[in-house]
Ligand binder design. Structure first.
Ligand SMILES: [Zn+2]
Length: 344
């Protein structure tokens, strides 16, 4: 699990909003190279690698490396930047976020997301009453630029990608904190499980295609790229923790239904059985406002069963936190699943 957390912290430190995932995927490729695994990129830019199995039905395990972020929508007369969001989040969750604006020339300029009435000494009650939305949130760049011309001279343009710093941190108490645990935790787990199989010289029951999606947060990541011959797709993505949910930061959850409807009943029963058999505490949950790459694959015509598991993440799409135990339990369930035959 130490390797998994190390890889996770590295991935979190590498910006990768949807559409800007090359650097983060290159670091996954570098990890795979150390393991002697040759990955391939789909034409859409997703990453795939295969762990050869023992002749059982092939299956796919998906995770996603892309995260929330933004694009420069407008350079204001003040030199501040208006944002157009990438992915679904509340504006209040990015207030105070450190960010990077990635220019076309390949440089990046740091900044902070603030609102237009951020100083309480200047705006008093107006700040407290302010509704955070696209009209009032802006990026304050760390350059002396008080006009659009000066901002453009620094290389910033409309359409530049803006990434919010994850500020990743692992605590002594076992927590991993930072933005974008959704879903870099699952990418780190896919690498950890690949590493574990290779280290133990064990083969999964059937060929396993690990798919790392690069457009999940905008809804169409796994709409293409899942190999056509797979019998099943197991999507690994964060479990939604909060009031009314069974999921916790310490557990792996099987999501049986989300906004896309129910997942495969037989596959769900098999995963529950495997958890019992292996003594893995498994939560069963329904996510009220959630879509996964399994649904994207199904909607695009994927002809396979699909299920969704993942580690619990608190305050998702905001100030996220999970615990090593949730990562351990997810890895254990994933391994058990890959060693067992798929259903009829
Ligand atoms: Zn996700």
């Amino acid at each position: 699990m130490d390797d998994c957390v190390r890889v996770l912290l590295e991935l979190l430190a590498t910006p990768s909003p949807s559409g800007f995932t090359d650097r983060a995927l290159a670091s996954v490729e570098a990890e795979l190279e150390v393991l002697g695994v040759k990955p391939r990129r789909t034409r859409k830019g997703a990453l795939l690698w295969t762990l050869p199995g023992e002749g059982g039905a092939p299956r796919a395990v998906s995770s996603h490396i892309d995260t929330l972020g933004a694009m420069v929508k407008e350079i204001k007369a003040s030199g501040r930047l208006k944002l157009s969001p990438i992915g679904g989040y509340d504006w209040a969750t990015i207030e105070g976020a450190e960010c990077e604006v990635h220019t076309e020339s390949g440089t990046s300029i740091s900044g902070t997301v603030v609102n237009t009435k951020q100083s309480t000494h200047v705006h008093g009650q107006e700040l407290r009453d302010l509704k955070r939305d696209a009209g009032v949130m802006e990026v304050r760049l760390d350059i002396e630029a008080g006009s659009p011309d000066a901002v453009r001279a620094a290389g910033v343009e409309v359409g530049d990608v803006v990434s919010f710093d994850s500020r990743p941190r692992a605590t002594e108490s076992g927590f991993v904190k930072g933005r974008h645990l959704d879903n870099k935790a699952a990418v780190a787990l896919a690498l950890a499980v690949t590493r574990a199989f290779l280290a133990a010289r064990r083969a999964p029951e059937g060929d396993v295609h690990f798919f790392v999606s690069n457009y999940e947060e905008v809804g169409h990541g796994a709409a293409t790229g899942i190999p056509a011959d797979v019998a099943e797709l197991l999507c690994v993505d964060m479990a939604a923790v909060g009031e009314g949910q069974t999921s916790t930061e310490y557990d792996v959850t099987l999501c049986v239904k989300d906004s896309g409807g129910p997942y495969d009943y037989g596959m769900n029963r098999r995963l529950r059985g495997l958890a019992r058999e292996h003594g893995i505490p498994l939560k069963i949950d329904v996510y009220p406002f959630y879509a996964s790459d399994a649904t994207a694959a199904w909607r695009a015509g994927g002809n396979h069963r699909a299920a969704l598991i993942g580690p619990g993440v608190d305050a998702s799409h905001s100030f996220e936190r999970t615990h090593r135990r949730a990562l351990e339990h997810t890895a254990a369930l994933l391994e058990a699943y890959l060693l067992a035959p798929v259903g009829a």
